[in-house]
Design a protein around this ligand. Structure first.
Ligand code: ASP
Ligand code: MG
Length: 405
């Protein structure tokens, strides 16, 4: 017997038939003698629809009311899932985040979990019930309903697994697991059996939507073992866990392609102390997250500064920097949207040399020009032309022998 958390995303509970199918799957796990706690998302599209309605009524909806509204999506699916289990003769009870005991800070629409004791859930498990918890929401100490940000039902699942000391947190989704690259780009991408928290965190931050980044951080912090698997078949998925030594045998775990980036170049600014500080402080005050940064010290006392932001922030970043140019002593700002960031990720890079050399020579052979480079201990990222992104990803994937062929 094991204690298992199963999280089902929006597509998996997208309509009544799918909810019934998921319920049958939960029943199987339950009938095998396991204790089961289920976390569900809103039906796919519902959260977007609620946001659209709010925006149709008010251009900047109040954040408290937004949480009141968005938490409804998940409340629908927990109740329907409980009913679906009842119909199969399985004792089950639904709980909102608040009822489950998830206490958060009061930051509406981006709340953080402050404390979460598993005793309320535990009581129901003792009675032999399946407990179904609404994803992505909690309650602040002041009694207000809060939500955690988009995609955060994953976080609820991991937090529940930690609170009740579950043996595993299974994230059921519409893909079979985490792949060595996006299979829509690289046709022979293969499913990864095991991946470390750190590697997964890189993939999540690099735009892989399989697991929400904060949920991976949480899992890493508390050592929660996560399994990503498909809700449409019975294949084993990808296990995300503490790094073990054998993980370093693989030099590169996978290749991530991020097409949602833009490059901002600030050129001909006076090369004096404090310029970069000013630029990045102002961007940070505007809530713009900057990723890669490169500065070239030019001749004649002027410098160029290049950085990347997510594409949706690029216009704002350009405007923000433009207001500073006078203060910086002149210069120009320019945005390039047609770029992509390609990254190779793997804990094996700590012990293997030559990853950068192989990556760069592969790109050279493919006639891909590198615009920016950044590295960390377990990752190398390059910015290249958007049009070459897929070709480059395929070449890199095959150079590091990640394919099934
Ligand atoms: N329903 C929320 C969203 O769409 C949370 C989730 O699905 O994880 O972002
Ligand atoms: Mg999701």
């Amino acid at each position: 017997m094991a204690r298992i958390v199963q999280k089902y995303g929006g597509t998996s509970v997208g309509d009544v038939d799918r909810i019934k199918r998921v319920a049958a799957r939960i029943k199987e796990t339950y009938d095998d003698g396991n204790e089961v706690i289920v976390v569900v998302s809103a039906r796919s599209g519902v959260t977007n629809e609620l946001i659209a309605r709010a925006k149709a009524i008010h251009s900047i909806p109040d954040e408290r009311e937004m949480d009141m509204l968005l938490s409804v999506g998940e409340q629908e699916t927990i109740a329907l899932m409980a009913m679906a289990l009842h119909a199969l003769g399985v004792p089950a009870v639904s709980k909102t985040g608040a009822q489950a005991g998830i206490i958060t800070d009061p930051a509406h629409t981006r709340a953080r979990i402050m404390s979460f004791e598993g005793d309320r859930i535990e009581t129901h498990l003792k009675r032999g019930e399946v407990v179904i918890v609404a994803g992505f929401q909690g309650i602040a100490e002041n009694g207000q309903i809060t939500t955690f940000g988009r995609g955060a039902s994953d976080l609820t699942a991991v937090a529940v697994a930690n609170a009740v000391k579950a043996d595993v947190c299974q994230i059921f989704t519409d893909v079979d697991g985490v792949y060595t690259c996006d299979p829509r780009i690289v046709s022979d991408a293969s499913k990864i059996d095991e991946i470390s928290y750190e590697e997964m965190l890189e993939f999540a931050s690099l735009g892989s939507k399989v697991l929400q980044a904060r949920s991976v951080e949480f899992a890493k912090k508390y050592g929660v073992t996560v399994e990503v698997r498909s809700s449409f078949n019975n294949k084993s998925g990808t296990i995300v866990k503490e790094e073990v030594e054998s993980m370093e045998d693989v030099v590169v775990r996978g290749v991530a392609v991020d097409k949602d980036q833009a490059k901002v170049t600030v050129s001909n600014i006076i090369d004096k102390p404090g310029s970069a500080a000013k630029v990045f402080q102002t961007l940070s005050d505007a809530g713009i997250i900057v990723d890669m940064i490169v500065q070239n010290v030019g001749r004649n006392g002027v410098a160029n500064l290049t950085f990347t932001v997510t594409r949706s922030d690029s216009a704002r970043a350009e405007k923000t920097v433009a207001t500073l140019l006078d203060e910086l002593g002149g210069g120009e700002v320019e945005v390039f949207e047609s770029i992509a960031k390609i990254s190779v990720v793997g804990v094996g890079m700590r012990t293997h040399s030559g990853v950068a050399a192989k990556l760069f020579s592969t790109l050279a052979e493919t006639a891909v020009n590198i615009q920016l480079i950044s590295t960390s201990e377990i990752k190398i990222s390059v910015v290249i032309d958007l049009e070459q992104a897929d070709t480059a990803a395929r070449a890199i994937h095959s150079a590091f022998q990640l394919g099934t062929k």
